[in-house]
Structure formats: C-alpha cells, structure tokens
Design a binder for this molecule. Structure first.
Ligand SMILES: O=C(O)CCC(=O)C(=O)O
Length: 244
C-alpha cells in the first residue's frame, strides 16, 4: 500500500523551499472533466491568446465559469485550509498550454505584479503597468509573501516539455534586482509534476522554463490565492471567495 503524505508536509516544504510538488491533487477523472470543459469553451476574445507556441486564457474563471465547480474539490479545499487557516481567496486564474515542440521559454524572474481593477495611488504600491485594459501593480512584499500559487498540471511534465525550473529558498531573498538574478541560479532544480499533481509556489521564488523538445503538451491551470486584503481604493481584479 502506498503511504499517503499529509498535506501539512507539503505546506512545511513550501515554507522552507518556496515550492512543493503534490503528486496527486486531482484524479484522472477530474482532470478529464477539466480538459473537456476547457476544450469545449468558445476560445475567442481578448483574454484568449493562441499562437504556435502558447495557448493562454486569462481571467480563466470569468471566461469559463463552469470550471469553478470542477476545480472546487474537497482535496483543494483541504489544501487551502492548511495554507490559509484564517481564510484566503482566489486572486488570479490562468490556463497555459505550452504545446508540443513549443519555442516559448520564460527567463528567470519572480512574480512581482498583481492584477487590480483600477489604478489608485496608494503608498507602497508601484510601479504600475497597464496593457490591453489590464492594470497591474507591484504590491508591498508582505502581499507577495501571503500569496501562494497552485499550478495544477493537466499533463505529466518534465524537463523535456517545459517544466518550471526554480531556485529553492530564493523566496527568502526579497525582491532580487533584475541585474542580480543570474547570480542566484546556480542551485536551480527542475520540477517534474505528474498529471493531476500540483506545484505550490511562492511568488518571490525565482523561476523560469525552457522550450519544449517533446511531442507532449504541457497544460497547466495557474491559480493564485492570498490571505491579504488590499487597502481602500484598490481591489483584486479577479477576487473570488473560496472554501477553506
Ligand atoms: O508556465 C511557465 O512556463 C512559466 C510561467 C511563469 O513563469 C509564471 O506564471 O510566472
């Protein structure tokens, strides 16, 4: 019989390393239902981006509301309860497909920006960016420290089909200036994740991903959750309550 690792083990690992890999968060049937729902959606509009190298859907639950119920499993609620004992909420949902043979690579970075509904000049928030109707801002570090990304893998993923590379522990180095990032990547490791598994990561973890050299796709649902409320005048663009 396979030993079941308790969720709090992964949460402890996330705290120390800035990431953790849960080998199974969703069953094969749940993954099939999620894929069917995404594939049946009319993929049109500004939040859908399709090229030879990437297919992405921004504001995923706004674009495909039926996914909300499929994602809201007892296993996810248990995980969120461990991550945010005092409660948390969803702040962002994206779907990414890095198709077979994709040339899309992502350079080393930290996830420093959050999407908000409108610009408001609030101390500690900035710089700002605005593109195609989306407003993003760099919040104070404590907002990033209280955010966790859950990357749900719909396909098995390894170094050949664009698995994330991360620098363990780098989430404890604060915001690393762009020019200094290369000096932090010597201890990088590749995060292989089985289909139905999830990678948890902190936004300040240094991460990157390579081109695909495989004939397998790499489909991921990227969900960000936070325990933070934004100050008056600011609102998360995609905020929604979630069971915990
Ligand atoms: O999925 C990838 O390969 C990269 C995604 C990424 O870097 C991000 O979401 O910040």
């Amino acid at each position: 019989m396979k030993a079941v690792i308790p969720v709090n083990y992964f949460v402890a690992q996330l705290t120390v390393d800035g990431f953790a890999i849960l080998p199974q968060l969703y069953t094969q049937l749940e993954i099939a239902a999620l894929l069917h729902c995404i594939e049946s959606a009319p993929a049109a509009g500004a939040n859908f981006r399709r090229s030879q190298d990437v297919f992405a859907i921004r504001n995923l639950l706004g674009e495909i509301p039926a996914l909300g119920a499929l994602l809201d499993t007892a296993a996810l609620r248990k995980l969120l309860g461990e991550l945010f004992p005092a409660g948390g909420h969803l702040t962002k949902a994206i779907y990414f497909d890095k198709p077979a043979g994709s040339n899309w690579l992502v350079a080393w970075h930290q996830d420093l920006m959050i999407n908000v509904a409108h610009r408001a000049d609030v101390p500690g928030f900035g710089p700002w960016t605005a593109k195609a109707g989306w407003v993003a801002v760099q919040p104070p570090v404590d907002v990033l420290e209280n955010t966790v990304t859950v990357r749900l893998h719909l396909d098995a993923c390894d170094a050949t089909n664009g698995a994330l590379k991360v620098v363990p522990g780098s989430h404890r180095r604060g915001v690393v200036p762009a020019a200094a990032i290369a000096g932090h990547t010597a201890t990088a490791t590749v995060c292989a994740v089985p289909a139905g598994g999830a990678m948890l990561m902190k936004p300040l973890l240094l991460h990157a991903s390579n081109r695909s050299t495989s004939d397998r796709p790499r489909r991921v649902i990227h969900l960000e959750f936070s325990a933070e409320e934004l100050p008056a005048g600011l609102a998360w663009r995609e905020r929604r309550a979630w069971g915990g």
